[in-house]
Ligand binder design. Sequence first.
Ligand SMILES: [Zn+2]
Length: 175
Amino acid sequence: MKELAYCHKCGTELESRKHEERERYYCPECSEIRYRNSVPVAGVFVVRGDEVLLIKRGNEPHKNEWSYPAGYLEFDEKPEEGAVRELKEETSLTADQKELELVTTIHLEHPDKYVVGNAYTVSFDQTEGEIKAGSDAKDAEFLTVEEMRSKVSQIESPKIIEAAEEAIRTVNRQG
Ligand SMILES: [Zn+2]
């Protein structure tokens, strides 16, 4: 994991200081702890029968690996709003926020931070539009869990496969 080096307010080199039970970054100039938090992400597994729609990532990290359509939340955005926005940007499909069901959270390590994915699901029947990869996705395809397992090294994380399985169960339970 990349270390934080400088204070984002004043540019002073950060020190380490024990505070609230763990070592944290501390700016001696501002006399403030510089907290480092995980970053929220939201996305949607679109389920069609026993398949989920995955996108091929066009940018680092994990460029060229398959993941679920997802992205960082804007400052004032609710997770379900961000999830449908990212779905639209990356696959061209539109979905109603009210049709989304929360499946799980996906905690992933990136080179400089941890991201916490709010993973929703929706049935493909409930979406509108033609699938077309866009934004930072270079491809979009439906895959079964077996297909995902057979190319696990090309999937961003095994956690994506576990979540996809749970999404498929969730949508098929709804009938
Ligand atoms: Zn500072």
